[in-house]
Every structure is written in structure tokens, then in C-alpha cells.
Design a protein around this ligand. Structure first.
Ligand SMILES: [Zn+2]
Length: 337
């Protein structure tokens, strides 16, 4: 098998992907056609061209433009279903996916209705494609802690079907410490907790997420390289880092993959995992992320296997599920050698 086929077929576990940024182009095209208000988009390729960005403003504009096609609960159910189908086709065996129903202000459709629809889409996909999906509600920092608390209340009745709480959004204007109470309540209610930190802001943001929010994993965390004592701490405690290489390059946190700190962090023994963040928005896939590690950073088969096993260890799967997932991964790599 050639390298691309080995990487495409390898069993993968992804821990940091946002459903809103991982839509299937096929499904979005269907919604655009139904809406019938954009004559410039006649084919899926026209639609894909719309997602090639010159600057950040265009990125944000396109994000909202894409969101406005989502109008009914069924749209969310189907979108989740098609996204998971696409991931399953890349042999993703477990995904822990962020979703943020509050990003959509749709007349007559409440956040709990969007959550219900997303769960239905996930359950149908699990049944049809054999993929496992754990949902994590991203409360988003940008509206402050009071809004975040209301959002936690929206999600709480779905505990079990939604397993965790995340915190994305504007890291520099809304520091983690403002969400201490929300995160304490989320933990007390039985949610897993994670937060984006150390992407736009330096090591202090990661320390806050760990020490004040008590998060179980860090989203991104790449700016930990600026603080040797933090690197030691992350290594000692084996706190997982959800690293998203292409995303960091597209948002210009990192110039290119060759200077990305992930290799250093991985070689130092930190618990690094590889993820795609918003693959449809950033023109990537989880498969491409691994391909580039192999091609540009010289990661070996053994490294790719280790990264997959890291993701199993860092996931919120039960111990029994983890053993099963690890066995699938190990079996695959035994065959390749
Ligand atoms: Zn993210």
C-alpha cells in the first residue's frame, strides 16, 4: 500500500473538531440549492471555491453566510449525520465533537431543539456507519460567564448524550478565570470539561485553564512552549493537548508546519493528539493532517500509531471502550508491518 492509502485507512480517533466547521460540502450544497438564492453556486466545486479565503474578514463573513442556510431542526440532524459519515469514510472510529447550538439564531428554533436534532443525527450515524461520537457543547467565551451559565442549563437535561463542556472563542478578551463558576457547576453536574487555551494567548491562559477551570484536556495549548515549567507540568501530569496543525497555520498562529512546536512537544513526551478543528473551513481533513506530519515532519509509522493511541488514552471513552479502540489500532498496524 502507498503512504496515502495507509494513512487514509488507518483507524483514527479525533478529539477536537467543531461540527459547525466540519460540515459536508455535499450536504451544504443541498441546502444552498433548496434556498435557491445564490445563482453563483451551481456545483459543489463552486461552493468549495467559496471557502478559499484571502483574509480573516472573508473567513468570518463566509462562516455566517454558511450558517444562514441552516433553518430547521432537520438540517442540524442531517448535517451531523453527513459529517459523521464523512469521518467514518476516513476510518475515524471515535470522534469527540464540539457543537454550539447558540451560534444559530433561528426564528422558532430553540437551542434545546437544535441539541435534540444533533443527538438524533449522531445516533443515526453511529448505527449506520459504526463510528462512535461523543458530543461536547462549546459554551463559547465571547458572551461572558452569565450567558455561559444559561447555556450550561440548556445542555444539562441532555447529560449523558452530551458528555462534556468546552470553551472556545476569543481567548484574549475573555480569560478562563471568568468561567470558574460555570466550569465548577459543569463538573458537579457530571460533565467532562475541556477548554481552548494557549492558541491566541500565552502560557498563562493554559495555567488558568488547568488551575482554575480544572480542565481534563487543553485545546491547542501550543504556546506552552514559551514556558519550560509548564511543559514539565504537562508532561508530568500527562494532560492531553488537542493539537490542530493546519488550523494554527490558517489562523496565522504558526507560520508553517516545519516550525510548529508539536514535534518538540511530542518528542519531549507530552500527551500530543492530532486534530482538524474546522476541516471544511480550513481546507483540511484529519487524514491530511496525518499525511503532512509524515511528509513534512518525518513522522514514522510508529509515531502515527503512537499519536492514535494517545488520542484513545486522552478520550472520554470508558476503560473498556479504550481497550477495544486500542486493539483495533494495534491490529491495523501489525498488518502494515
Ligand atoms: Zn477549536
Amino acid at each position: 500500500m502507498d503512504i496515502a492509502s495507509v494513512i487514509r485507512a488507518m483507524p483514527k480517533v479525533e478529539l477536537h473538531v467543531h461540527l459547525e466547521g466540519a460540515f459536508s460540502f455535499e450536504f451544504l450544497f443541498k441546502l444552498v440549492q433548496q434556498a435557491g438564492d445564490d445563482p453563483s453556486i451551481r456545483t459543489i466545486d463552486d461552493l468549495k471555491r467559496r471557502f478559499v479565503f484571502q483574509n480573516f474578514n472573508q473567513f468570518i463573513e463566509t462562516w455566517f453566510w454558511k450558517n444562514h442556510f441552516f433553518q430547521t431542526a432537520d438540517d442540524f440532524q442531517q448535517s451531523t449525520y453527513y459529517t459523521l459519515r464523512e469521518l467514518a469514510s476516513q476510518n475515524v472510529i471515535l470522534v469527540e465533537a464540539f457543537f454550539s447550538p447558540w451560534d444559530f439564531q433561528i426564528k422558532g428554533l430553540t437551542a434545546p431543539e437544535i441539541i435534540t436534532a444533533t443527538i438524533a443525527g449522531k445516533e443515526a450515524a453511529e448505527k449506520d456507519f459504526g463510528i462512535s461520537c461523543h458530543l461536547i457543547a462549546d459554551l463559547v467565551r465571547d458572551h461572558g460567564s452569565r450567558t455561559a451559565l444559561k447555556r450550561l442549563d440548556d445542555v444539562t437535561p441532555f447529560l449523558g448524550k452530551v458528555i462534556g463542556i468546552g470553551l472556545g472563542g476569543n481567548e484574549s478578551q475573555f480569560p478562563a478565570r471568568e468561567f470558574e463558576t460555570v466550569f465548577r457547576m459543569a463538573r458537579e453536574r457530571g460533565f467532562h470539561v475541556v477548554a481552548h487555551a494557549g492558541e491566541a494567548v500565552g502560557p498563562e491562559s493554559i495555567w488558568e485553564a488547568i488551575q482554575i477551570l480544572n480542565v481534563e484536556r487543553i485545546g491547542h495549548g501550543i504556546r506552552a512552549v514559551e514556558d519550560a515549567s509548564l511543559l514539565d507540568y504537562l508532561k508530568m501530569k500527562q494532560i492531553p493537548l488537542e493539537i490542530c496543525p493546519t488550523s494554527n497555520i490558517k489562523t496565522r498562529v504558526i507560520k508553517d508546519l516545519c516550525v510548529h512546536p508539536l514535534k518538540k512537544m511530542y518528542r519531549q513526551g507530552l500527551l500530543v493528539t492530532i486534530n482538524s478543528d474546522d476541516p471544511s473551513m480550513f481546507g483540511t481533513t484529519i487524514t491530511k493532517e496525518f499525511e503532512e506530519l509524515q511528509r513534512q515532519l518525518g513522522f514514522s509509522w510508529q509515531d502515527l500509531r503512537r499519536l492514535s493511541l494517545n488520542a484513545v488514552q486522552a478520550s472520554f471513552a470508558s476503560e473498556m471502550e479504550k481497550r477495544k479502540l486500542a486493539a483495533i489500532i494495534n491490529y491495523y498496524w501489525t498488518k502494515i508491518k
